[in-house]
Design a protein. Structure first.
Length: 323
């Protein structure tokens, strides 16, 4: 078996069986034509080393077979922008959740600070890699099924949302589009956590302290869900219907008012958590500390909501229509 036959055999080994004969025949003709041109230019047959160099010009058999294959990448160029966008948003959500868990380990865990931090960072890295793999696998399936390709073939310019202008009054405004996008992502992540689908370990299992939610949270389950959904719709409207200023203003007012109403109910409830620990004195101390901290938070959150709502309404008023 000469060098060309070995090369073609290596290429055939990595080709689909039903197309191997045609592809190998086409490649053999290309190699023969290239050899003929080279020998005609030299005026003599090619030496073994020259033939080897010519085959190297065609590429490694695996690379050549890949060029003839139907699928050259796990995620193609058309799907990749959607994959990259979804991956960044989802990993940002997961990173925030992991940061909360690390804070719980450091503050309430029985381990030393450095050990708890190292363990939390290690767990966070594994979790981020796991979620990245899941998103990648999902988009690989989308790539293979062709679902997104069919959508891209059927899309219509009339269906495009009214994206706000990237430049307003000469200043870049790209960040204004990311704010509602991340607002939607974090809202959905919060609802998943709120429903109990994604447990967030605020206090490690090995901690000597247990903190449970008070009964008031049970009665506030659906009001919180409704409030978060209104906030998601508000951010969605800012992306797809920025011209609906009146509707967006109403949604901003609803979010602000809903936040204040829930904060008022929490303020009336008194204790928002129940602390249990092995030592009675330690339990009392932690209960008083958490009650004080949460009391302050319940007063601060509606104040922040009012300021944020006022700022959002002012931005909405100042928005310039897209040209």
């Amino acid at each position: 078996m000469n060098l060309i036959e070995r090369y073609l055999g290596a290429v055939r080994w990595n080709l689909p069986a039903e197309k191997a004969d045609d592809i190998v025949a086409e490649l053999a003709d290309l190699i023969a034509a290239r050899i003929e041109d080279r020998e005609e230019a030299l005026g003599r047959p090619l030496a073994q080393g020259e033939l080897s160099a010519l085959l190297r010009e065609f590429g490694h058999p695996l690379a050549v077979a890949g060029r003839y294959g139907e699928q050259r990448a796990l995620i193609g160029t058309e799907v990749f922008p959607f994959y990259w966008f979804a991956l960044r948003v989802w990993l940002a959500v997961v990173a925030v959740i992991e940061a909360i868990e690390i804070g719980g380990r450091v503050l309430f865990g029985a381990r030393a600070f450095a050990q708890a931090l190292a363990q939390g960072m290690g767990n966070a890295l594994h979790t981020l890699l796991f979620h990245a793999a899941i998103v990648t696998l999902l988009f690989a399936v989308i790539e293979r099924t062709g679902w997104l390709t069919r959508y891209l073939e059927r899309w219509k310019p009339e269906e495009l949302p009214e994206i706000p202008p990237l430049r307003v009054a000469g200043r870049p405004q790209r960040s204004r589009l990311w704010e509602p996008v991340f607002g939607i992502a974090f809202g959905i992540a919060f609802l998943i956590w709120w429903s109990g689908s994604i447990p967030v370990l605020l206090i490690p299992h090995d901690a000597e302290v247990r903190v449970h939610s008070a009964a008031v949270w049970t009665s506030l389950y659906w009001p919180v869900v409704a409030l978060v959904w209104v906030h998601i719709v508000q951010n969605l409207a800012a992306i797809v219907r920025p011209r609906w200023k009146a509707a967006r203003a109403i949604l901003i007012v609803l979010v602000t008012g809903g936040t204040m109403a829930i904060a008022a109910m929490l303020h009336q409830a008194g204790s928002l958590v129940v602390v249990t620990a092995g030592d009675a004195a330690e339990t009392l101390r932690l209960q008083e500390s958490l009650d004080t901290a949460l009391f302050i938070a319940v007063l601060v959150i509606p104040a922040i909501a009012i300021v944020q709502g006022a700022v959002e309404l002012w931005k909405l008023y100042r928005e310039q229509p897209a040209r």
